[in-house]
Write a protein that binds this ligand. Structure first.
Ligand code: PLP
Length: 442
């Protein structure tokens, strides 16, 4: 391989590559990191400089990079079966992972009992939306509407965009989209309003929507407790509990999109557990494989699954799937990740890490550059005060000079470190942010 320099790779990149969510007129100015290798929580650039991976490589790594047990599981799998289709055949990693996922799924008065695999978060959201609509068709009549939340983000495919509510990302595509009803975000509060007060207001709005149009709604879809891509907007668990009850009352399904919040991120295995609810469909992706390979899944209850059974001629089949569904290498990585998480009690460690970070962040809460800090477990958004265009970018760029790689969402600087981060590394993360804030607001 061309050893090159970061500069030479950047020039080749700019000549050949189109990056996601990227304004390429500024790409080279931002001096993107050319990552050469990674180990634990560290990313190394081509010159050998190391940076703490402060956003878990876009919210996916659980333990960190190059985890011996996950590496070994993928290598073992590679020595026997690389890939086979899940249409008409099956395999041990796909079956075992489904069993493991159901064993750790949130449970209570209802039980998630079947796993449908997809590739990324978005493709799993698409599957869940189609399942919910087809479920309504096959259990009493079509309900062509989804209730979605303002500020929601569920991915970038058109179904997922239809149920999104981040205007910057989604407004352009509105003429193309599915029929949805927007409910106010429980995470957007007026000045001085408490989370519980905002939840009460938002619940009343959701109840009114369902009272008026509930018989047309096949599902409510939401990100439980944290609207991540909107800038880590957190909300009160009472809203989630109420959404569960309202969905039941009006015969709609509840889809919890745990793509970002699931697999330990919030200090519980699933954010739904903070409100003690079980959705009808739970979507998981991101951290599922420990950050190694793309794999996602929709977990469904028997009540949903059973509505798809029937004679072939009845056409109740879920006619949906992807070529690489349940790829054995990705399934092996996920299985190793989930088992290691249990062995090492990683969810409890993530909760501890969240508490440690909260205590450290309290020290910068009164910084002149900080507007608000929002956090649940290891999902953290530090909203900074706008001092010109791209303030969030400027803060993250400054943090890089202090050995930390982080990315903003607008003017919210995101901290979302690997769940297994040591406290000294967590301190570096906060100290680098503090130093960056001092520089930008000097
Ligand atoms: N749902 C949520 C809540 C997300 O945060 C994301 C991505 O950030 C997605 C869905 C889309 O996942 P993917 O990027 O893997 O398609």
């Amino acid at each position: 391989m061309d050893s090159g320099t970061s500069d030479s790779w950047r020039r080749r990149d700019a000549a050949a590559v189109w990056h996601p969510f990227t304004q390429h007129s500024l790409w080279l100015d931002d001096e993107p990191l050319v990552v050469d290798r990674a180990e634990g929580p560290w990313l190394y650039d081509i010159e050998g400089n190391r940076y703490l991976d402060g956003v878990s490589s876009l919210w996916v790594t659980t333990f960190g990079h190059r985890v011996a047990e996950i590496d070994a599981a993928i290598a073992r799998q590679l020595s026997t079966l690389d890939h086979t289709t899940f249409l008409g055949t099956t395999h041990a990693p796909g079956i075992e992972l489904a069993e493991e996922l159901l064993a750790v799924a949130p449970g209570g008065d209802r039980r998630l009992s079947k796993v449908f695999y997809a590739g990324d978060g978005s493709s799993a959201v698409e599957a869940a939306l189609k399942m919910a609509y087809q479920y309504s068709v096959q259990t009493g009549g079509p309900r062509p509407q989804f209730v979605r939340l303002a500020e929601a983000y569920h991915g970038d495919t058109l179904g997922a965009v239809s149920v999104g509510g981040v205007e910057l990302f989604h407004a352009t595509y509105r003429p193309l989209l599915l029929r949805t009803i927007e409910a106010g975000s429980p995470g957007v509060r007026a000045d001085g309003q408490t989370p519980a007060e905002r939840a009460r207001e938002a619940i009343a709005e959701l109840a009114a929507i369902l009272a008026a149009q509930g018989d047309q709604v096949c599902a409510i879809i939401l990100e439980p407790l944290v609207q991540g891509a909107a800038g880590m907007l957190t909300y009160d668990p009472s809203y989630l509990a109420a959404a569960r009850a309202l969905a039941d009352r009006h015969g709609a399904l509840l889809i919890c999109d745990e793509v970002a919040t699931g697999v330990g991120r919030t200090g519980r295995m699933w954010a739904s557990q903070h409100a003690d609810i079980v959705p009808d469909l739970l979507v998981t992706a991101k951290g599922l494989t420990g950050g190694y390979l793309p794999l996602s899944a929709v977990l469904a209850t028997d009540a949903v699954y059973d509505a798809f059974l029937g004679a072939p001629a009845a056409a109740r089949t879920f006619f949906h799937g992807h070529t690489y569904t349940a790829n054995p290498l990705a399934a092996a990585a996920a299985l190793a990740n989930l088992r290691l998480m249990a062995d090492r009690d990683l969810v409890a460690r993530a909760a501890d890490l969240g508490r440690h970070l909260a205590a450290r962040l309290a020290k910068i809460a009164s910084h002149q550059g900080v507007h608000e800090i929002r956090q649940l477990g290891t999902m953290i958004g530090v909203e900074v005060r706008d001092v010109g265009e791209r303030t969030g970018v400027a803060v993250c760029r400054a943090a890089r000079d202090h050995g930390v790689w982080i990315r903003p969402l607008g003017d919210t600087v995101i901290l979302m470190p690997p769940l297994g981060l040591e406290t000294t590394e967590a301190d570096l993360l906060v100290d680098a942010l503090a130093a960056a804030l001092d520089e930008v607001y000097a």
